[in-house]
Design a protein around this ligand. Structure first.
Ligand SMILES: NC(=O)c1ccc[n+]([C@@H]2O[C@H](COP(=O)([O-])OP(=O)(O)OC[C@H]3O[C@@H](n4cnc5c(N)ncnc54)[C@H](O)[C@@H]3O)[C@@H](O)[C@H]2O)c1
Length: 404
């Protein structure tokens, strides 16, 4: 009996080493899909390796090669890959070689933010499918150039704004935008409280010129979600923030870190939806919260990871509908092996949809235009803090001579 060719999707079983003793012909429920695509990873630091892990877990693709300028990043990527595959990785010695190897079908770009523009200029010449990490660029001019390069691009060009697929946000999107559980959205409030920025190769995330600033680097995820929930374009941004605690004495190559660690950002949308974002990066936890008030109810979602031994649910979602209809309290969650694979499982689903995009299936992944708007709100907020006043999106676009 030969069962190969059956496509039974149960990754928990197919990747479970408990079944490694089974001859291939006896794998049915634990059948391992043969990968149809090969991807190269450009920049295999922290998130590059997360992409490696979830690509292999997803099974429809494999990682073929890597390019990175830091030998330790390559070593660590090889070490990880050896636990995921019997093959060895191709190691490229130049960006050009990594982009243009005919063996690879796609490129996953995970280099620091300020390098995205140069990497993309080369990557688009390949015509391969592209998954570009967020934020797509550190300046509006660069984001706009990337948008132009992606405009008539014939392969997939996806931006890594995968928070859309965290369990709490995926369910909130469904409840708010598809099910209309709370009626028309009027206000949106988001919070991120977390520990300081982690160490990076060359500490690029401690300097605004390399990262775009904290509100671009990290918070583009939340601005993407705010833009999505508002279903409108931002018109005005007012922000206040400073460097209160973190990295105040941090220097690298004789340069002083210049990134803010807390902020309050208010965004007003064309359709009069109002949103605010509260950031604190000196909090001993990872905590995210979303509160949306509609004309028919209120949705609140939260995700926490707080280092406590006394456990509480990681995810929470509540929809309060007063006397209109039933209210609900929920704990949205993915299977444990997916939720713990990185960013609450969001990166895994980003890959499921990357491949679905390649196979022309309908998905809700972030487009290059979504990526630009998320960066734009972050840049506007950074500018508002410097000027101490509200800034109009239209003026920022005009200053950078960008028309969208
Ligand atoms: N989507 C998410 O949730 C998420 C999470 C973390 C990081 N990121 C983004 O991913 C990117 C990388 O972040 P990270 O945390 O992995 O940083 P990192 O410093 O851990 O890794 C970056 C890697 O890129 C390499 N590199 C630098 N310049 C390069 C170049 N020109 N060509 C090839 N390799 C180069 C470095 O040596 C390093 O190994 C950033 O844009 C970051 O904002 C996204």
């Amino acid at each position: 009996m030969n069962l190969l060719g059956k496509k039974v999707k149960n990754r928990y079983m197919s990747r479970n080493p408990k079944f490694d003793y089974l001859p291939d012909q006896d794998r049915y429920f634990s059948y391992r899909e043969q990968p149809s695509y090969k991807f190269n990873i450009i920049g295999c630091g922290n998130i590059g390796r997360e992409h490696m892990k979830v690509t292999m877990m997803e099974e429809r693709a494999t990682i073929y090669g890597v390019y990175d300028q830091n030998p330790s990043s390559i070593e660590e990527a090889e070490r990880l890959f050896s636990t995921l595959s019997d093959h060895s990785l191709v190691k490229y010695d130049s960006l050009q070689a990594a982009c243009h190897d005919p063996e690879a079908d796609g490129l996953i770009i995970c280099t620091p933010n300020y390098t995205h523009i140069d990497v993309i200029r080369e990557a688009v010449k390949s015509g391969k499918h592209i998954l570009l990490e967020k934020p797509m660029a550190t300046t509006l001019r660069d984001a706009y150039e990337i948008m132009q390069l992606a405009k008539d691009y014939e392969s997939v060009f996806q931006i890594g704004l995968q928070y859309r697929y965290k369990a709490i946000y995926a369910e909130s999107i469904h409840e708010t935008l598809e099910r209309k559980a709370i009626g028309d959205v009027k206000t949106i409030s988001m919070t991120e409280h977390r520990i300081p920025f982690l160490d990076k190769v060359n500490q690029w995330n401690k300097f605004s010129k390399y990262s775009g600033g904290t509100l671009v680097e990290k918070c583009c995820h939340y601005f993407d979600l705010m833009n999505l929930f508002a279903q409108s374009k931002p018109v005005q941004v007012y922000a206040s923030g400073n460097m209160a605690v973190n990295f105040t004495d941090f220097t690298y190559n004789n340069e002083q870190a210049d990134i803010i660690d807390n902020a309050f950002v208010t965004v007003i949308y064309e359709n009069d939806v109002r949103a605010n974002f509260n950031l604190c990066m000196f909090s001993p936890t990872f905590y995210e919260e979303l509160v949306i008030c509609g004309d028919k109810g209120r949705l609140k979602a939260s995700e926490n990871e707080d280092f406590l031994s006394a456990k509480r649910p990681r995810n929470h979602l509540e929809i309060l509908c007063g006397e209109e209809k039933p209210s609900r309290l929920m704990t949205p969650a993915y299977p444990d092996h997916i939720e713990t694979s990185g960013h609450g499982g969001a990166t895994y689903y980003e890959h499921v949809y990357f491949i679905d995009n390649i196979e022309n299936k309908q998905t809700t992944t972030a487009t290059v235009e979504d990526g630009l708007w998320s960066v734009l709100v972050g840049l506007a907020a950074e500018q508002s803090i410097k000027l101490g006043k509200a800034v109009m999106i239209e003026e920022i676009l005009k200053e950078s001579q960008v028309t969208i």
